[in-house]
Design a protein around this ligand. Structure first.
Ligand code: GDP
Ligand code: IMO
Ligand code: MG
Length: 481
């Protein structure tokens, strides 16, 4: 049985003791929406799923890092190294792709759940890089035996399929995510546990490569993969990762039963979810709340609340409809001030105004109990702000997210205008200190997204945060009556 990490099992350099953290900053609640939450015991910590409300890169890493101070475990439940989660503290800048954003705390167990697709090469590279930054990987880091493996042919198929799609390409990260999940659903996937059984691994690899090599050579006209080479390469990875591969489902469930505080760290965002997003311009996993359950094996009745993370404007990387996209200098201004370049691929992110339709839909499909709003400081100095309140299509006004992609592509956003603010909000830690225009803007977002705001982020650093309520201290949320 795996024991929980002890302080002694971790290094000192980049790892913080929880008591070294600054206290939460108290501020009055916005209290525009009647709180959806029912506070049973404020001192009791709960489990919390943290999910992007838009198209990813909302600042989930920063929010998870702040909340992880109080968590016993941080669990990734879907996606793979397509994710790029940034945490900035006074020890430096840390970018996580597969490693959960709780790794910077001493005594926090970090888990890669069964719903994640793991590229061992990318994981080892990330671990090496983080170790260079002073992060230690011991018993504090585990990977589910049931998580699927990304193999080199998944990346080759991802790239070749994108190329063959031409202008209809999805704009994937090229990390092999879609093809790996396709194998999982087709029941030919190879799992992390298979890496520990060389005979089974070799047999599965041999079987898969018969079909895959045919596709690669005949359809995509790219090079085939040799069994022996891939086998040797992956047995090397197995040696390095062996001590971390466990039955994470039982481990996490035991922690839940022991009333430990667990954060489920979502990757991507609601509108990139394979079911709920702007299909087919989505990723291949369930990034919405249900994915936290299937991606870890923790039943939905054991999860207490869901926190949505949204930027106070919108961004999207890759192809796909984006109704409020700004292709003018206002958009490039947001891109520049918000440093909107992908943490994984470095690609520029498309930027646009905040879209209420997008975030309200995310509130509904995830059952958000509350929101963390990020990047308020990026709007400093904007004379005027716009918020999309609905879509016009064929003379009709729509307030809900259309499932029809054609319609979403053709619709005209309907905007409400807001006066901007000229003073700086960067690093503000108190709600009271915000300019009145910023408060009015946030109050409108809270009201129209139909979800109370718990956290406001005013800069990329850990401390540049206004915490109105700690979402981890809220138990047994009830739906608004
Ligand atoms: P994630 O994928 O949701 O974790 O988000 P990313 O890390 O990919 O992108 C968010 C970027 O915004 C990162 O560079 C963060 O350091 C930065 N960031 C997060 N919150 C804020 C904020 O409130 N203000 C500013 N200016 N930057 C922020
Ligand atoms: P985090 O966790 C933003 C996008 C890609 C592409 C689509 C499918 O950092 O928010 P994939 O490689 O997953 O098959 O690509 O999804 N995408 C992301 N966009 N943030 C992410 O992760 C993303 N992960 C995937 O750009 O449009
Ligand atoms: Mg990101």
């Amino acid at each position: 049985m795996l024991t929980l990490p002890s302080a002694a099992s971790q290094g000192k350099e980049a790892v913080l003791d929880k008591h070294q953290m600054a206290p939460y900053h108290d501020a009055p609640a916005l209290a525009i929406c009647p709180p959806r939450a029912l506070f049973l015991k404020a001192s009791q910590m709960g489990n919390l799923v943290v999910i992007g409300a838009q198209w990813g890169d909302e600042g989930k890493g920063k929010i998870v890092d702040i909340l992880a101070r109080d968590a016993d475990a941080v669990v990734r439940y879907q996606g793979g190294s397509n994710a790029g989660h940034t945490v900035i503290n006074d020890r430096g800048t840390f970018i996580f792709h597969l490693v959960p954003s709780g790794i910077l705390y001493r005594g926090t167990l970090c888990v890669i759940g069964n719903g994640v697709v793991v590229d061992p090469a990318s994981l080892i590279e990330e671990m090496d890089h983080l170790q260079g930054q002073g992060v230690k990987f011991g018993k504090n880091f585990v990977i589910s035996q049931r998580a699927h493996v990304i193999l080199p042919y998944h990346k080759a198929i991802d790239k070749a399929a994108e190329q063959s799609k031409g202008s209809r390409r999805i704009g994937t990260t090229g990390r092999g995510i879609g093809p790996s999940y396709a194998d999982k659903i087709s029941r030919i996937g190879i799992r992390m546990g298979d890496l520990l059984n060389p005979t089974a691994f070799r047999r599965k690899l041999e079987e898969n490569l018969v079909e895959i090599n045919w596709f690669l050579e005949q359809l995509y006209k790219v090079e085939r993969f040799e069994v022996e080479k891939v086998y040797q390469q992956y047995m090397g990875y197995a040696d390095r990762l062996r001590s971390h591969i466990v039955d994470a489902t039982m481990l996490v469930n035991r922690m839940v039963d022991a009333k430990k505080t667990i954060l489920f760290e979502g990757a991507q965002g609601t509108h990139l979810d394979v079911d709920m997003g702007t299909y087919p311009y989505v990723t291949s996993s369930s990034s919405t709340a249900g994915g936290a359950s299937t991606g870890t094996g923790v039943g939905p009745t054991k999860i207490d609340a869901v926190l949505g993370v949204a930027k106070v404007y919108s961004t999207r990387v890759g192809s796909g409809p984006f109704p409020t996209e700004l292709t003018d200098e206002v958009g490039s201004g947001l891109q520049e001030r918000g440093k909107e370049f992908g943490a994984t691929t470095g690609r520029p992110r498309r930027c646009g105004w905040f879209d209420v339709v997008v975030v309200r839909y995310a509130t509904i499909v995830n059952g958000f109990a509350s929101l963390a709003m990020t990047k308020l400081d990026v709007l400093d100095g904007c004379k005027e702000l716009k918020v999309c309140t609905g879509y016009r299509h064929d003379g009709q006004l729509y307030r809900d997210m259309p499932a029809d992609l054609q319609m979403l592509t053709e619709c005209e956003p309907v905007y409400k205008r807001f006066k901007g603010w000229s003073s700086s909000t960067t690093g503000t830690t108190s709600y009271r200190a915000l300019p009145s225009e910023a408060k009015r803007y946030l109050q409108y977002l809270e009201e129209s997204a139909d979800c109370p705001i718990d956290i406001i982020s005013t800069g990329s650093k850990r401390d540049a945060t206004i915490v109105l309520r700690n979402p981890l201290k809220t138990r047994s949320r009830t739906r608004k009556g």
